[in-house]
Design a protein around this ligand. Structure first.
Ligand code: SF4
Ligand code: SF4
Length: 545
């Protein structure tokens, strides 16, 4: 059964949603749903006091992906995102105060439990199918998560088994399924801490470790860079320039995994329904980023409501951000977050959120936005294309000049004199041979068969370099060399390059950029990954008009 064949219907008798694959006599209410917990209901009452009263706390409430609310089987007319945009500061303050004063009664908890029990009973067949089905899908993999995990584990028995844990609902489910299926609590969990997680995510991760003392838990984060300091220098990330993901998410985790001595089998909470790009993912595949890693996704075809069905049926602990109303948990500053997440962050993470808002306003002024308040409030900062208005964007990209009297040669002017980092940047091409005389150095790059590819001539304390291609089949060789010069000009030691390297050969820390030639397999992925060679240069690049 494919995700697109599934729909959410309403069982009016039990007053809960049903996950079904075919047209049925039940009323279809949405493509997917999530449960609305008491805290979120209370927030809605406070946002819409004219429309909702305390009886709302006892209703069966579920939210669609667009944050519309289905209450006792009918969609109601409240749109919190529009409301948030029109709210004045004092109104928001008032809501914040009321929300934080909410105290849940035993009666409310009992009623909420009853609703979820009815939901579990109504969807029992779906639960069994998701967890136990021994039917095979189009990829010839077991549909049921348990037989799938058991079979995948057997197939890759010689590998270390890991669970990638984010503190979100999907990895919570995968963590439980893997330990259950393998009957082994000691499966290593790795938590990639972006340092920008929601406060409740950190609380949950701590609780998870305390509640699962036999599960080895490893935390990974970028200790070298600070998101907010980087924002000062290169501006906040935008939807098209999400420079932060490689630095704070995929980079640190990738480097750790690539440096494992053994091969790895990682179970992920990835789901195809989450985005168009994920819809093409395979249930089991070789990681495109880390050579040693196979990735397996037991819940790849589950809907949001399937995930909740599992959590509620198994009575699992989960991240309290979902109780507050977050549909997804992740970095609270992400430019891809919608208005609803912003509203929730402004309430539940208000101190940090106000600081961030203040930074965005100051940044908008700095880059010359006259309507800076609107620029921030209307989310226009999320559509930024490059480093316009930022000093750092002026000299990061290197330009080249053909040498008229020497074939296959170009000169490049760098924004600083050549230093140790410079030489490291050419290791991806092959073996290096350095010769020097009278302050003039010649760096010759040899391919795997020791044939010279190209040479670079430079003087000590000078920023002009000359490149001569000696023999290369690669017609884009100059472009690749230029990308490395861009790296040299703009490197902030952000660890973005680490995230591109499948063998863990790149180390970037303490103001040093090092490539371990013993680990480097000359794949050039660290050069091809970013269009300007460097993540920071790409983020700051300004389109020529
Ligand atoms: S070269 Fe660019 S992407 Fe690579 S580590 Fe330096 S700043 Fe980051
Ligand atoms: S060429 Fe490939 S293996 Fe070598 S440092 Fe770059 S990404 Fe890593």
């Amino acid at each position: 059964m494919k995700n697109e064949d599934l729909k959410m219907y309403w069982d009016f008798e039990k007053n809960v949603p049903l996950i079904l694959e075919e047209n049925s006599d039940f009323l279809e209410v949405a493509k997917d749903l999530r449960p609305v917990f008491l805290q979120e209901k209370w927030l809605l009452i406070n946002l819409f006091p004219q429309k909702l009263d305390n009886n709302f706390l006892e209703k069966s409430v579920w939210a669609t992906k667009q944050n519309r609310y289905i209450v006792d089987g009918k969609m109601i007319d409240v749109i919190p995102t529009s409301k948030f945009k029109s709210m004045k500061q004092d109104e928001l303050e008032n809501v914040r105060k009321n929300i934080l004063e909410f105290s849940i009664t035993e009666e409310h908890i009992k009623k909420e439990k009853e609703i979820f029990e009815a939901f579990i009973i109504a969807n029992k067949n779906r639960f069994n199918y998701l967890v136990k089905s021994e039917a095979k899908d189009d990829e010839e993999q077991f549909i049921g998560a348990i037989p799938f995990i058991v079979e995948t584990f057997k197939k890759y028995e010689d590998r270390i088994t890991l669970v990638s844990f984010s503190g979100g609902k999907d990895s919570t489910v995968v963590s439980h399924l893997v330990r259950l299926a393998l009957n082994n609590p000691s499966i290593l969990h790795i938590f990639g801490d972006t340092t920008l997680e929601l406060p409740k995510s950190y609380e949950y991760v701590k609780r998870f470790q305390e509640d699962n003392p036999f599960t080895p838990f490893f935390e990974e984060r970028n200790e070298e860079n600070n998101f907010f300091e980087m924002c000062e220098e290169i501006g906040p990330p935008s939807r098209v320039k999400t420079w932060c993901c490689s630095i704070f998410k995929t980079g640190p985790m990738g480097t750790t995994l690539a440096n494992f001595d053994e091969n790895i089998l990682t179970f992920l909470g990835l789901r195809r329904g989450e985005s168009a790009s994920r819809s093409k993912y395979k249930k089991v595949s070789q990681s495109p980023k880390i050579l040693k890693q196979m990735v397996a996704s037991p819940i790849i075809d589950w809907t949001d409501l399937d995930v909740w069905l599992y959590i509620l049926s198994e009575n699992l602990d989960f991240n309290d951000s979902y109780r507050q109303g977050f549909a997804r948990v992740g970095c609270w500053v992400c430019p891809n977050n919608g208005t609803w997440s912003e509203l929730l962050s402004s309430i539940y993470n208000s101190e940090e959120y106000d600081k961030w808002y203040g930074f965005l306003v100051d940044f908008s002024k700095k880059i010359g936005k006259v309507d800076y308040e609107d620029y921030v409030k209307d989310g226009k900062w999320k559509a930024r294309q490059g480093g316009e208005g930022l000093e750092k964007s002026t000299d990061i990209l290197v330009e080249s000049k053909e040498c008229v009297n020497e074939k296959n040669s170009k000169t490049f002017i760098l924004n600083k004199s050549v230093n140790e980092d410079f030489v490291q940047l050419f290791k991806p091409f092959g073996t290096l041979k350095i010769m020097g005389k009278n302050r003039i150095s010649e760096l010759i790059i040899l391919d795997r068969k020791s044939n010279p590819l190209f040479k670079i001539m430079y003087k000590d304390d000078d920023n002009e370099v000359k490149v001569t291609i000696m023999k290369s089949e690669d017609k884009y060789i100059f472009n690749k060399i230029q990308k490395q010069f861009n790296k040299f000009n703009s490197c902030l030691y952000c660890q973005g390059c680490n995230s591109a390297c499948p063998t863990g050969a790149i180390y970037v820390s303490n103001g040093k950029y090092i490539i371990d030639e013993k680990k480097c397999v000359n794949c050039l992925k660290c050069i091809d990954k970013f269009d300007s060679g460097c993540l920071i240069a790409s983020a700051l690049k300004i389109k020529k008009r």
